[in-house]
Design a protein around this ligand. Structure first.
Ligand code: HEM
Length: 164
């Protein structure tokens, strides 16, 4: 976690560790061979304004539109997304982030373990994806504290996303 936090340019000591709770809507895993190591929709429970800091659902739609363009422009992330249905991925990401931020949404996608299994995502691709997300959030003037809360909730998901 510390290494992950440092790669995100965050000071773990200064990071407001997200107070998260597994959502009731945690997706079920259909394949019993999939091992889940981290929640897919860990709800940040102690910041009611977080969702508004990201502009609500409309803000999240704008964020996903912007970041998907960045992921497609980045040679580390583009190969993963070029054959995916990016409209669906963006819609699911909006839902996922909305639920994480305690917004009024339901996540209809699969668990992170199941979605990314066998994709051969490495650390470089993971960090590139998060860095592009941070660029989008900066461009959209999302307050740094709010960004940190989201990133702290996402970081543990690397266990289910990176293939070692
Ligand atoms: C914390 C980081 C990440 C989060 C929160 C995340 C979240 C998601 C979500 C919600 C979906 C849609 C799930 C569904 O359709 O059921 C998805 C799909 C996908 N993700 Fe990620 N993801 C992350 C990291 C990555 C990384 C690092 C890569 C590769 C560089 C990646 C590549 C993909 C691809 C290619 C799909 C589409 C899969 C398909 O169409 O079947 N993701 N991700």
């Amino acid at each position: 976690m510390r290494k992950i936090a440092l790669r995100f340019g965050l000071m773990l000591a200064a990071l407001p560790i997200a107070n998260t709770a597994a959502a009731a809507s945690e997706p079920t895993v259909s394949d019993p061979s999939v091992v889940v190591r981290a929640p897919t929709v860990p709800v940040v429970t102690d910041d009611q304004n977080l969702f508004e800091s990201f502009g609500g659902r409309e803000g999240l739609v704008r964020i996903m539109d912007d970041v998907m363009e960045r992921w497609m422009a980045n040679p580390r992330t583009r190969p993963f997304f070029e054959n995916s249905d990016r409209t669906v991925v963006k819609a699911r990401l909006v839902e996922q982030f909305c639920v994480i931020m305690n917004g009024p949404c339901t996540y209809s996608g699969r668990s992170m373990a199941e979605v990314h299994r066998g994709m051969n995502v490495n650390e470089g691709a993971f960090f590139a994806l998060v860095e592009e997300l941070q660029r989008t959030l900066n461009a959209m003037d999302v307050p740094f504290q709010a960004q940190n809360r989201l990133i702290a909730a996402l970081a543990p998901m690397h266990r289910d996303i990176i293939d070692r």
